[in-house]
Design a protein around this ligand. Structure first.
Ligand SMILES: Cc1cc2nc3c(=O)[nH]c(=O)nc-3n(C[C@H](O)[C@H](O)[C@H](O)COP(=O)(O)OP(=O)(O)OC[C@H]3O[C@@H](n4cnc5c(N)ncnc54)[C@H](O)[C@@H]3O)c2cc1C
Length: 447
C-alpha cells in the first residue's frame, strides 16, 4: 500500500483511549485531518478516572515501571515529566492462610510456603528467565510446561501457578513462557534501578492528567474528538472507508482502530474470512475492578498477590500504601484485582452479588476486617481488558496494517513480547501513526 496516498487523506481514529489519542496527536502534527470517535462520554479508555475524597483516581489501578521509557517520553513532551513521582513500594503474598512479605531477597528467605527446594527453584528460574536476551527462543513453551520440565515445579505450583489461575482461570496452563519472561524482566529492571525493593511511578494528580493534556493538544491541533459516539460500522466504500455512528455516516481515506479485536470484528463485518478466523483465536479476559474507600489501612502492602484459588480475586492493591491518604481526603483506597474469562458467571453478576463474594474474602486476607470500615465502594468493569497470550503468540499477532486497504489496527493484543500497559499504548500509537503516514507518502511521523 506504500505510496498510495495522494493529497491529504482524512483519518478516522476509533477509540479515544491512550493509543488512539497518541496516534491522533502524531497524525495531526504531520498535517493530516483527524476525527476521533470514542464510545463513552469521556476519553481515556482504561485510564479513565473517578473521584475519591475530592481527588481524581484511576478507575483501574495504575503505576509505571522504571522501564516505561516511552510513557516518560510522552510525559516530557506534554510538560508533565516532573509530575511523575518514583516511589518505593512494598509487595506481599497471601497464601497458606496468611500474609507474607514478598519481592525482596530477605522476604524470600522467610517465605515458608516454598520450602528450601522451592526457594532455590524460584531463584534459579527467575535468573534463567532474566538472563534470556532473546524471547523468541522461549516462544514454543508455556510457562507451566517450562517450569515443570526444568524441575521448577514447586516454585510454579506455589507462586506462578496460583497467580496465573487467578488471572486466566481455565486458560492458565496455556499462558506462554514469553509472558512470564516479560513480567520477570520488567519487574527486575524496576528493582535493580533502586537496589532494594521496587520503585514504581505515579503521576501527581493521576494518570488522567496525561490523557487530559493529550486531549487538549489533539484539539488545539485541530483534531475533532467526538465522545459518546460509538462506531457501529466500518465498511469499504469507493476507494476509501465509511464509518457509521448514530450521528450518521462519513467517508475517510484511512481508519485506525484502537478497539479490542472482538469489537473490531463486530463493527467491520467485511474483513476477510482468513483474518477473521485468525483474530477470533485471540482470547481475552475481562477486568472487574472493585474499589473500596476505607476508614483505616487494610494491609501494609501496596501490591498484594493473592495466590489462593479459593478467594474470588487475585490481588489487593492499596493505593494509599504507595501514596498518602491525605491525597484522598484521608481515605484509605483499596482496589481488588479480578480478571474473569468471558464465560465466567462473575462477569454477569450485579454489584451486590459480587460484594457478597468479595467482602467475606477480604476478611480472610485481613482478619478482623469489618464492613463498617467501608466508607464507599463501587465496581468498575473493563471489557476485553487483558489479552490471553499463549505459546507461539507471534503466529496470531495482528500487524498494524489489515488486509483491507486503508484500515489499520493498534490494540492491546498487538503488544508483544511485553504485556499491555500505558507505555506500550504510547509506543503502539506512535508506530501505527507512522505506518499510516508512510503509506500516505508522508514519511515517518514527527520525532
Ligand atoms: C485492571 C487494569 C490495570 C492496569 N494497570 C496498569 C498499570 O498499572 N500500568 C499501566 O501502564 N497500564 C495498566 N493497565 C493497562 C492500560 O490501562 C492500557 O494498556 C491502556 O490504557 C490501553 O489503552 P488503549 O487506548 O489501547 O485501550 P483502551 O483504553 O481500552 O481504549 C480503547 C477505547 O476504545 C473505545 N471504544 C471501544 N469500542 C468502540 C467503538 N465501537 N467505537 C468507538 N470507541 C470505542 C473504548 O471506550 C476506549 O476508550 C491496566 C489495565 C487494567 C484493565
Amino acid at each position: 500500500m506504500a505510496g498510495e496516498g495522494v493529497g491529504t487523506p482524512r483519518v478516522a481514529v476509533i477509540g479515544g483511549g491512550l493509543t488512539g489519542l497518541v496516534a491522533a496527536d502524531r497524525l495531526l502534527a504531520a498535517g493530516l485531518p483527524v476525527t476521533v470517535f470514542e464510545k463513552y462520554p469521556e476519553a481515556g479508555g482504561l485510564v479513565g478516572v473517578c473521584e475519591v475524597g475530592g481527588a481524581p483516581l484511576e478507575r483501574f489501578y495504575h503505576h509505571l515501571f522504571t522501564s516505561d521509557v516511552d510513557y516518560v517520553d510522552l510525559a516530557r513532551d506534554l510538560g508533565l515529566d516532573g509530575e511523575i513521582l518514583w516511589l518505593s513500594s512494598r509487595m506481599g503474598f497471601f497464601t497458606a492462610g496468611r500474609l507474607w512479605d514478598f519481592g525482596t531477597p530477605a522476604s524470600l528467605l522467610r517465605f515458608a510456603p516454598l520450602g528450601v527446594a522451592g526457594r532455590l527453584q524460584f531463584v534459579l528460574s527467575t535468573l534463567r528467565l532474566r538472563g534470556e536476551r532473546d524471547w523468541r527462543r522461549l516462544e514454543g513453551e508455556t510457562a507451566a510446561g517450562w517450569m515443570r520440565r526444568n524441575g521448577f515445579g514447586k516454585a510454579y505450583e506455589t507462586v506462578w501457578g496460583p497467580l496465573l489461575a487467578q488471572k486466566y482461570g481455565a486458560r492458565a496452563e496455556e499462558i506462554g513462557l514469553v509472558w512470564l519472561w516479560g513480567k520477570i524482566a520488567l519487574r527486575s529492571r524496576s528493582r535493580s534501578a533502586s537496589g532494594l525493593g521496587e520503585r514504581l511511578g505515579y503521576m501527581r494528580g493521576s494518570f488522567g492528567r496525561g490523557i487530559a493534556a493529550l486531549l487538549a493538544r489533539v484539539r488545539s491541533r485541530g483534531g475533532d474528538v467526538r465522545t459518546a459516539r460509538p462506531v457501529r460500522l466500518v465498511a469499504r466504500e469507493g476507494g476509501g472507508l465509511r464509518v457509521e455512528t448514530a450521528g450518521g455516516a462519513e467517508a475517510f481515506e484511512k481508519v485506525l482502530s484502537t478497539v479490542a479485536l472482538p469489537e473490531l470484528l463486530r463493527i467491520a463485518p467485511g474483513l476477510p474470512e482468513e483474518l477473521r478466523g485468525r483474530w477470533a483465536r485471540v482470547a481475552y479476559a475481562h477486568a472487574l475492578c472493585p474499589l473500596l474507600e476505607l476508614d483505616r489501612r487494610l494491609t501494609p502492602y501496596y501490591w498484594l498477590n493473592v495466590g489462593d484459588a479459593s478467594l474470588p480475586f487475585g490481588g489487593v492493591i492499596e493505593q494509599t500504601n504507595l501514596l498518602p491518604p491525605d491525597w484522598y481526603g484521608g481515605r484509605h483506597v483499596v482496589y481488588l484485582s479480578n480478571y474473569v474469562l468471558p464465560d465466567d458467571p462473575r462477569w454477569r453478576m450485579r454489584d451486590e452479588e459480587l460484594w457478597r463474594l468479595y467482602l467475606p474474602a477480604l476478611a480472610r486476607v485481613r482478619p478482623g476486617f469489618d464492613e463498617s470500615w467501608v466508607l464507599a465502594r463501587r465496581i468498575f468493569r473493563g471489557e476485553y481488558a487483558q489479552p490471553v497470550v499463549g505459546a507461539r503468540y507471534s503466529e496470531l499477532l495482528p500487524g498494524l496494517r489489515t488486509e483491507v486497504p486503508g484500515l489499520y489496527t493498534a490494540c492491546m493484543a498487538q503488544i508483544y513480547p511485553e504485556d499491555r500497559g500505558q507505555n506500550y499504548a504510547v509506543r503502539l500509537g506512535r508506530q501505527a501513526a507512522d505506518a499510516l503516514l508512510a503509506d500516505a507518502g508522508r514519511g515517518g511521523g514527527p520525532a
